[in-house]
Design a protein around this ligand. Sequence first.
Ligand code: WQD
Length: 327
Amino acid sequence: MTILIIGGAGYIGAHVAREFLDAGHTVTVYDNLSSGLVQNIFADEEFIEGDIMDFIGLIDVMRRGFDAVVHLAAFKAAGESMLWPGKYAVNNITGTINILNATVESGIKYLIFSSSAAVYGDPKYLPIDEKHPTNPVNFYGFTKLEIERFFEWYDRLKGLRCASLRYFNAAGYDLNQRVTGLERNPANLLPVVMEAACGMREEVSVFGCDYDTPDGSGVRDYVHVTDLARGHTAALDTLVKTGKSFTVNLGGENGISVLEMIETARLVSGKEIRYRVTERRPGDPAKLTASSEKARELMGWKAQYSDVETLVSSSWKVYSLAKANAG
Ligand code: WQD
């Protein structure tokens, strides 16, 4: 099939593009390179530099004809979204409305969307399944939830079939090192730990070690980015097969603590990783874990690479390679 991947030069988008290419699809990537990287563009895909705020640009590309659109273009820093909600409203919500309108006007039938576990807010029970109440505690999560609600209407009124994939914590790198772009100024745990292992930063701040968790540090559900990417190809197969829109969690169902991630990185890299326990980060729950049972049942999807060793070792290969190349 022919697939348009919007935001396909970003960290997750590049892995998604690689997965569609490997599965034999024809891929065009549309990305404004605001956080995407030229390094993440593959020789066997077409690349168009463009912005989701440019409706004419979007529709010009889409009218060439695609079987499906995958939409990953968004701002994603939860903390920043609380300071600059306007930026998130315009890009994430208005940008998606442009994509929705261009998609239906071009006669494209399927849309796959990067949603987020941030739609749930504070956990009422664990593991979190799709029936868990949605009550985002940051504006970023609110934008994702609003977009999901637009999909219900475009499905009903325009017959657009949408898959909303609620990612938990994406981490890791392609096991064959075909995606090598490092995120700039990362704030997420694993890239921060990797930067410390490479000597790109002095230490890791561990945001609180007095949580009600086995070692006191925060526990999250990490999902390997290749597992996430496979969730997108599985979602397209499912949309085509069932002809019905759906929403699913994509999580590794692991529950890894901050200290466990640092210790694994120390063992895998053989490097000392200095860390300092600091204050809790506002808004952080002690523990978040996912149920991905629905994705298993509906799409036959299951995380294969989301164990702590594979998450860390696949990242370390890419970071140590980048460090070696930088001299
Ligand atoms: C993980 C754990 C931190 C950095 C975020 C978004 C969420 C989703 C995924 C997109 C927590 C701890 C972190 C550090 C630390 N994004 N930590 N020191 O907050 O679970 O989720 O990314 O959809 O919306 O909020 O991810 O990687 O920031 O934190 O101790 O330098 O690591 O406290 O326990 P988070 P994270």
